[in-house]
Design a protein around this ligand. Structure first.
Ligand code: B4P
Length: 200
């Protein structure tokens, strides 16, 4: 199995790159953003609760995200591998993921940390806003999402650095070039089991 976490600020291209990784390495894509948006689209009581957080640019509470992800992940544990996109986003989520995978003796192999500067993030998400129809892609909410990332998600870099799993990817280039950097990190790992700390 090959299990990957893709991590980065909102708009760094996690979803964009995950789609390419899934195709090339035949992994199952688990995106908590997509799962939560599906719930919102149903307009169920849970969907409405989820919306009340997403529309403010806040993180959805850990217990909701964990339950959704756990259910989805459990269906796919015998697949060739998983890519966790946008999860974990808090230390609590990271610890729970470790527990969930360790209890099944499935390790996380690589954590891809995609780095993009703040101005570019803002530009990309405002660009996406025109056709995404996403209620959280407005200037004010985007700024808040970036702040929430800095406070609650950024500390995960140290968490995974301590585990020696992080690969820092320079995400400030066109989509295909970023994907080239990601495949370099994954292919090196598959061939040598070595983790390149940084791909510029
Ligand atoms: P997500 O769905 O994870 O989305 P995201 O962070 O906004 O975007 P991503 O990084 O995937 O960017 P994309 O590829 O689309 O989260 C949405 C919300 O759900 C969160 O704010 C939170 O409220 C909630 N949530 C999700 N997971 C959670 C969790 N675990 N815990 C709690 N809450 C959770 O790229 C953005 C744009 O840039 C696109 O238009 C794309 O085309 C463009 N782009 C991508 N790469 C580019 C490149 N290299 N060059 C130029 N443009 C590029």
């Amino acid at each position: 199995m090959l299990n990957i976490i893709i991590f980065g600020p909102p708009g760094s291209g996690k979803g964009t790159q995950s789609a390419r990784i899934v195709k090339k390495y035949h992994l199952v894509h688990l995106s908590t953003g997509d799962l939560l948006r599906e719930e919102m689209a149903k307009d169920s009581p849970l969907g409405r609760e989820v919306r009340s957080f997403i529309d403010k640019g806040m993180l959805v509470p850990d217990e909701i995200v964990l339950r959704e992800l756990y259910e989805k992940a459990s269906e796919h544990l015998s697949s060739p591998g998983l890519i966790f996109d946008g999860f974990p986003r808090t230390i609590v989520q990271a610890k729970m993921l470790d527990q969930m995978l360790e209890s099944r003796e499935i390790p996380v192999d690589l954590v891809l940390s995609v780095n993009v500067d703040q101005e570019e993030l803002f530009k990309r998400m405002m660009g996406r806003a025109e056709d995404s129809g996403r209620s959280d892609d407005t200037a004010e909410i985007i700024r808040h999402r970036i702040d929430v990332y800095k406070e609650q998600t950024f500390p995960l870099i140290d968490f995974y650095k301590k585990q020696g799993k992080i690969v820092s990817i320079n995400g400030m280039s066109p989509v295909d070039q970023v994907f080239g950097k990601i495949t370099k990190a994954i292919d090196t790992y598959l061939e040598t089991r070595e983790i390149i700390p940084e791909v510029q």
